[in-house]
Ligand binder design. Structure first.
Ligand code: C5P
Length: 252
């Protein structure tokens, strides 16, 4: 599936299927229990490094079998051959979204994007869609000081984010992971096309947990977010399916 068709198909999903519930749990049993508690409408779930390290590809197959779309957030950062192979496996697993560090460089970004556009899809591929490749620009946990230690540059952090985002899009990536606070500025640099997935979301009037800058679902969508990654407001709710429905209502 080419990039335009893929982005159109992902953007046409209803609001409740553009919320990605982060399965930040240490094992497959907790992950499946949580995924099932989202109800039939809770379409997307995020499998990150913690769960994948503990449970491996099997948990992705099991989540696909329960009908969930999977955001496989492993943030690839390796040589072109290795990231391309990992991306092909994401396609075989039937993941809907996967991630790569833009700082892996032009060759690795291009190799991963090309691998996904030609990879055979596994039987669990959702609606015939290949995974979308999302680039992580600068981890939001990095301060200006830490950035200067690892990558001394005359660029400001914001300039680095914009440069890496533009590079990733030029190399064939399908979108970006970006905080809502940085999104308006980033959209000016990359335009409306790249798919944007945004974490750090809270409903107005609820707590912020350990997130420093939070945005409401409607504000994130207004700023140009396509998908929202949400953890504790859903996973720690008494009724996760109801919490998800409330957030979806705020998005529209
Ligand atoms: O519980 P909460 O909604 O804060 O979880 C947000 C999810 O998004 C977590 O899985 C977290 O690792 C992820 N994330 C984030 N901030 C970023 C990137 C990812 O909170 N900048």
């Amino acid at each position: 599936m080419n990039r335009d068709d893929l982005l159109l198909s992902l953007r046409s999903l209803p609001a409740n299927r553009r919320i990605i519930t982060a399965l930040d749990v240490p094992g497959p049993e907790q992950a499946l229990t949580l995924a099932n508690s989202l109800g039939l409408d809770g379409g997307f779930v995020k499998v990150g490094l913690e769960l994948y390290s503990a449970a491996g590809p099997k948990v992705v197959h099991e989540l696909r079998r329960t009908g969930k779309d999977v955001f496989l957030d492993l943030k690839y950062h390796d040589i072109p051959n290795t990231v391309a192979s990992a991306a092909r496996i994401a396609a075989e697993l039937g993941a809907s979204l996967c991630t790569i560090h833009a700082s892996a460089g032009r060759s690795a970004l291009t190799a991963a994007a090309e691998a996904l556009s030609t990879a055979p899809l596994g039987p669990d591929a959702p609606e015939g869609r290949r995974p979308a490749l999302l680039a992580v620009t600068v981890l939001t946990s990095l301060s200006e000081t830490e950035m200067a230690e690892v990558r001394p540059s005359s660029d400001s952090l914001q300039q680095s984010v914009e440069r890496l985002a533009t590079l990733a899009w030029d190399c064939g990536c399908d979108g970006l992971v970006c905080s809502a606070a940085d999104l308006p500025q980033l959209r000016k640099a990359v335009g409306p096309e790249p798919l944007v997935v945004t974490p750090g979301i809270r409903l107005a009037g609820s707590g912020t947990d350990d997130q420093h800058r939070v945005t409401t679902p409607s504000m994130a969508v207004a700023a140009g977010a396509d998908f929202l990654v949400i953890g504790r407001p859903i996973t720690r709710a008494e009724n996760p399916a109801a919490a998800l429905a409330n957030i979806a209502a705020d998005m529209t």
